[in-house]
Design a protein around this ligand. Structure first.
Ligand SMILES: [Mg+2]
Length: 367
């Protein structure tokens, strides 16, 4: 059994409204979709949603990297995932979002080959997971209104973007907590927007608003600052931009720099590496979250299956498909009901039908 053909598609998905975080604003997500066809009739879908800000990748670099990798994967056994990941890493350093597209498609094939939903093949710990919905940066009052709208839709957890201006950030959290009441979980994400001292000040001021955890308070490269914030914060600290790979996770855990880790398939190169991060963190008593960054239903399905499979992935921020206006997958998507991501009982990722207009014709075909 071998990989017979790889198709690469370039897609552009518009957000419902401009999405702003501490360091940038986006109106669309430019992603790359991969279809891997095997010589035994099973095919798998994968997706890359690159972020220049996080890993230095763009749709163009992903397409270039796939142009090197894809020809070498032809003829390889799709189920030998560790071997295929090793091959990709030996050919091209870094570029995790490009490699994630291949990794996700291989995992889709794994589930379809054994005729089971992917999460059942990978450990099958749970069948659904609570996801938050993210509130992008606006004025504190507008964000409080967005929070109420999200709660009315059934969301039980809010991820609030902060990190612009410390005083205004405190006001954001105060107004949102007042607007939604005590029962809704609130977690915050500063996206590297604060200096360590500012972070500690803000975190002490918002402690009374019952904040579950605070993501990436300081710049990724400032390890000393992160350690200082973690030591002095009354709120648990989660690393996001600071942890891309299993090696990063080990380094931060050894430095006692974090309480929690946000795993993203696009930072680490896909599901295979994400499982290693979750295992390292579990051994250290550090729970993980699964996050996302602009993925459509394909990438979100991959994240949901991983979170369902792995016990130590206790939190989920799986909402990018909900923030996008354009819908790539039309059937077999992981639905959200009362804040829970529910997996379809279909084989593999479960992605059943894609919107041909959005997908278009393949940019490249390797065979
Ligand atoms: Mg984050």
């Amino acid at each position: 059994m071998g990989i017979q053909k790889i198709e690469v598609y370039s897609i552009t998905l518009a957000y419902r409204e401009p999405f702003r975080i501490a360091t940038e604003a986006s109106t669309e997500s430019r992603n790359v979709v991969v279809k891997i066809v095997t010589d035994y009739g099973v095919c798998g879908w994968g997706e890359s949603s690159p972020s220049d800000r996080v890993t230095g990748e763009t749709a163009e670099t992903v397409i270039k990297v796939l142009d090197k990798i894809a020809p070498r994967l032809i003829g390889m056994c799709p189920l030998r995932i560790e071997q295929n990941v090793e091959l990709m890493d030996s050919m091209v350093a870094g570029n995790p979002a490009a490699k994630a597209a291949i990794d996700i498609a291989l995992h889709d094939i794994l589930g379809k080959t054994v005729k089971k939903p992917l999460y059942m093949v990978m450990g099958g710990y749970r069948t659904e997971i609570l996801t938050d919905i993210t509130l992008g940066i606006k004025s504190p009052r507008e964000m409080a209104k967005d929070a109420v709208k999200a709660v009315k839709k059934g969301f039980k957890a809010l991820k609030v973007k902060v990190g612009v201006n410390p005083e205004e950030d405190v006001e954001r959290i105060r107004l949102i907590r007042e607007a939604v009441g005590e029962k809704i979980q609130i977690r915050i994400d500063a996206n590297q927007g604060w200096m360590p001292k500012q972070a500690i000040e803000v975190l002490k001021k918002i402690e009374k608003f019952n904040i579950q955890f605070a993501e990436q308070p300081v710049p990724a490269e400032n390890l000393k600052g992160l350690i200082e914030v973690k030591r002095n914060s009354p709120i648990p600290i989660m690393a996001d931009e600071s942890v891309h790979s299993p090696e990063d996770a080990l380094q931060l855990i050894r430095a006692e720099a974090v309480d929690l880790i946000n795993i993203k398939l696009m930072k680490g190169g896909g599901i295979h590496k994400a499982k290693k991060i979750a295992a390292i963190a579990e051994a250290a008593g550090i729970p993980c979250m699964i996050g996302c960054m602009g993925e459509s239903e394909i990438g979100i399905a991959a994240g949901t299956h991983l979170a369902a499979a792995v016990k130590n992935i206790q939190y989920a921020d799986l909402d990018s498909d909900l923030l996008l206006k354009d819908k790539l997958a039309t059937k077999g998507v992981t639905k959200v009901k009362n804040s829970m991501r529910i997996l379809p009982k279909l084989h593999g990722l479960g992605i059943w039908e894609l919107n041909g207009e959005i997908l278009g014709k393949p940019l490249k075909v390797y065979h």
